[in-house]
Design a protein around this ligand. Structure first.
Ligand code: SAH
Length: 241
């Protein structure tokens, strides 16, 4: 299960933090690290801060966009210290670890996304996330160092291994969950259909799409359910022509 977790760092500025993240991950038996447009990598600072975790740095995945980083993930969790004006479903690090370590998620790839040191994650990046995870801490000083945040979240996933999952007991999920790439292509289809049938006003489309994403992300659609929804969209487009 820990091998299904991908830690994703968005536009990290300090390469030393990348090394410290690799070390924190290896301590907690995580191995997949992905960097989205890092400011500087590879770097001697990253290598020295990784201590004995050089293998993670050599196997790192480097991509240009967050969409690419999460494309193969079934569950995407954004780590944020900040309160947001639009609320995403929010979990503490412990709740997230206990929820997603359950047997029903064993076959799923989980992406956990961490933001920039100076400005965190943008709302359009959180749009790609199905959940938001927060590390509870001093509300007057709630922003942890990037590697410290990865350490706490990884620790909770490590500790949750083998514990019975508190949530979703009795869930019988047989079809695999849709990946982020499949969900993005569904959202584009949904947007296009709503535009074609004259439902969308350009000035309001962004907030409507953000709310609709929240609805579908809450539902955690599997592939078969997604096929049905796309079938409905195709049908309504054909009948609108
Ligand atoms: N100053 C930034 C925070 C940067 S800390 C801001 O305004 O958002 C770098 C990253 O570490 C954050 O984007 C987040 O992914 C993670 N992080 C830091 N503190 C956290 C906390 N209390 N809970 C969850 N994630 C946290």
């Amino acid at each position: 299960m820990l091998s299904n977790i991908k830690i994703i760092l968005v536009e990290t500025s300090h390469p030393g933090n990348i090394g410290a993240v690799a070390r924190a991950m290896k301590n907690m038996a995580l191995s997949q690290l992905c960097l989205v447009a890092p400011k500087q990598f590879p770097s001697a600072d990253a290598t020295s801060r990784a201590a004995g975790a050089h293998d993670l740095l050599s196997n790192v995945q480097i991509v240009e966009s967050l969409a690419e980083a999460v494309a193969d993930c079934h569950i995407i969790i954004g780590a944020s210290a900040r309160d947001r004006t639009i609320s995403w479903p929010e979990l503490t690090a412990r709740q997230a670890a206990e929820k997603f370590s359950g047997p029903q998620y064993a076959e799923n790839k989980i992406g956990i996304v961490f933001g920039r040191e100076n400005s965190g994650l943008k709302n359009d990046e959180l749009d790609l996330c199905r959940f938001l995870v927060k590390i509870p801490c001093n509300s007057a000083f709630s922003s942890l160092n990037l590697a410290a945040a990865v350490q706490v979240v990884s620790y909770e996933f490590f500790m949750a291994q083998g514990k019975p999952s508190a949530s979703e007991a009795g869930d019988k999920e047989t079809d695999p969950l849709a990946t982020a790439e499949q969900m993005e292509s569904f959202y584009q289809h949904l947007y296009q259909t709503m535009a074609d049938i004259g439902f969308l006003h350009v000035d309001k489309s962004q907030s409507i799409m953000r709310r609709l994403r929240r609805v579908f992300n809450r539902a955690q659609l599997d592939c078969k359910e997604l096929d049905i929804l796309r079938g409905i969209l195709r049908f309504s487009q054909n009948h609108n022509q």
